[in-house]
Design a protein around this ligand. Structure first.
Ligand SMILES: [Zn+2]
Ligand SMILES: [Zn+2]
Length: 180
C-alpha cells in the first residue's frame, strides 16, 4: 500500500515538475522572446503570437508540427539520462509529458466533453490534465498569467504568489547588472 502511495506521489511530483518547466519556458517566450530573436523567433515565437490571437487555429496542425521542437529536447534529455546512468521511469514520464506539452495544450482548447479519445476528457475531468476554462484565462489580455499548460494545479499557486512578476523583477536586476 505504501509503495503505491509513494509511486503516486512521485508521479504527481513529476507531473508538477513538467508543468513548471514547460510553464517557465512559456513565460520566457511570452515575456522576452520576439519574432526577431535569432532562430527561435521565426520557428517558435511567430506561431506562439498567432496562437495568442486565435486560440483555435493551431488545432489544425499535426502532432509533429506542434511538437517537433519538444521531441528534440526529449531525445536529448533521454540521451543524457542514459549516458549518466540515470534513466528511470520518472525520467521517461517527465520526457513523455514534456514532449506532449503542446498536445496537452491543444487538448485544453477542446472541451472535456468533446475531446477524443475519451480518456483525455476524463483526465481533464479529474483535474489531472488542464481544463479549457482554466487555460482560457491565459488567453485573456494581457496574457500574463496561467503560463503552465499541463495541469490546473500550479497556476493558482504561482499567480497568487506573483511568481512570474518576481522573476521579471529578477531578470530586470540581472540586465541592470550586465549594463553596469
Ligand atoms: Zn502564452
Ligand atoms: Zn492556448
Amino acid at each position: 500500500m505504501m509503495d503505491i502511495l509513494a509511486i503516486a506521489l512521485k508521479a504527481l511530483a513529476v507531473l508538477l515538475v513538467a508543468d513548471f518547466i514547460t510553464g517557465f519556458f512559456h513565460w520566457l517566450e511570452d515575456s522576452y522572446w520576439s519574432p526577431e530573436t535569432p532562430v527561435l523567433g521565426k520557428w517558435i515565437v511567430v506561431p506562439n503570437l498567432a496562437h495568442h490571437k486565435s486560440g483555435q487555429d493551431f488545432l489544425k496542425k499535426s502532432w509533429f508540427e506542434s511538437s517537433w521542437d519538444l521531441l528534440i529536447i526529449g531525445i536529448v534529455t533521454l540521451g543524457i539520462a542514459y549516458f549518466t546512468k540515470s534513466l528511470s521511469w520518472e525520467v521517461w514520464m517527465f520526457v513523455i509529458l514534456v514532449v506532449n506539452a503542446n498536445q496537452i495544450h491543444k487538448w485544453a482548447h477542446i472541451t472535456r466533453y468533446t475531446n477524443k479519445p475519451k480518456i483525455i476528457g476524463l483526465l481533464q475531468k479529474m483535474y489531472i490534465l488542464q481544463r479549457t476554462e482554466h487555460h482560457g484565462q491565459h488567453h485573456r489580455k494581457p496574457n500574463n498569467s496561467h503560463y503552465c499548460t499541463v495541469t490546473n494545479m500550479l497556476n493558482p499557486i504561482l499567480d497568487k504568489l506573483h511568481f512570474w512578476r518576481g522573476m521579471e523583477y529578477l531578470m530586470g536586476l540581472k540586465w541592470l547588472k550586465a549594463k553596469l
